[in-house]
Design a protein around this ligand. Sequence first.
Ligand code: SF4
Length: 348
Amino acid sequence: MADASVAKPMSSAVGAESIVQIKDLHVGFKVFGGLLKVLNGVNMVVGRGEKIGIVGETGCGKTTTVKSILRILPGEARIFHGEVLFQDKNVYKMHPHELQKLRGQGASMIFQDPTAALNPVFTLGEQISEIISHSGTQPEGKKEAIKILAVKAFREATLPDAERMMETYPFQLSGGMRQRACIAMALATPRDLMIADEPTTNLDVTIQDQVLRLLKNLVDQRGMSLILITHSLGVARETTDRIYIMYAGNMVEVARTAEIFERPLHPYTTGLLSCIPKLTGGGVAEGIPGRIPDYMNPPAGCRFEPRCPKAMERCKKEKPEFVEVGKDHQVACFLYYQVPQNGVQHHG
Ligand code: SF4
């Protein structure tokens, strides 16, 4: 038996030109009493026009990962190692004008809570106009052109009476309509990437589907890439081309969406899938005993080891890296490092 060669983490861009690459990213948070070691060497690639899901329990580092792309991590965050590239440029070496361009024209983000994302004291028209005028795609002062773009965006986000939306305040809308308004603002000007952080979690179950479908359609029509954060494998299945499974600051498995469901390999992924019948009402982890480790003092080896039914001695001491286990399929688990002499890979 020999160790399988450790796959290059960047090898799974499914043939497409990559728009985002995250390489071995380690991020910690300074807190009273110490350091929370949250991201533990995250690797991720998003291809142009590709729809990616990041699935994992609350607190596993999904939001920290995507905030690192836009360089909007909170002040207490520290990047200890790694790189984040947007269209091959290191986001953390960008000049202020490049960063402004990234946020104004490159990527946009919508959040879980549309109420918090909107400013209650300004009309939707004022807020969307501000975004358009600062995007760099419309010369400032061209009020009429900005208004046309704004109304078009509201209409595309299927908000009723788009003209009237310009004069509407956020409190006058339902939660679903507020999230549609956020989608309109995020897509009012051309972007290459949309990041959606649990965009339907706070919405009524009956409209979650509509909002997801809207988001998917708009992203497809524009040929944009999408990163969708969700704790629900069901939501990711409906919306994405490829899924990254994340656990405690690491990507532990990545594959095409259908493959994740047909051939899940990492013990955490199989645990998540066994929870699916319970998903409708709650989180993903109900069926996996234990909880995410203490980030102040995480396990030295595989972070899933304390909860893993297949843990071995080695798992306590070493961190597993991604290995290729099939086309566009990588797993970070020692079970898949074992390669028999006949060259056939053992899959647990
Ligand atoms: Fe379990 Fe070990 Fe694989 Fe981690 S590396 S998931 S502890 S078998």
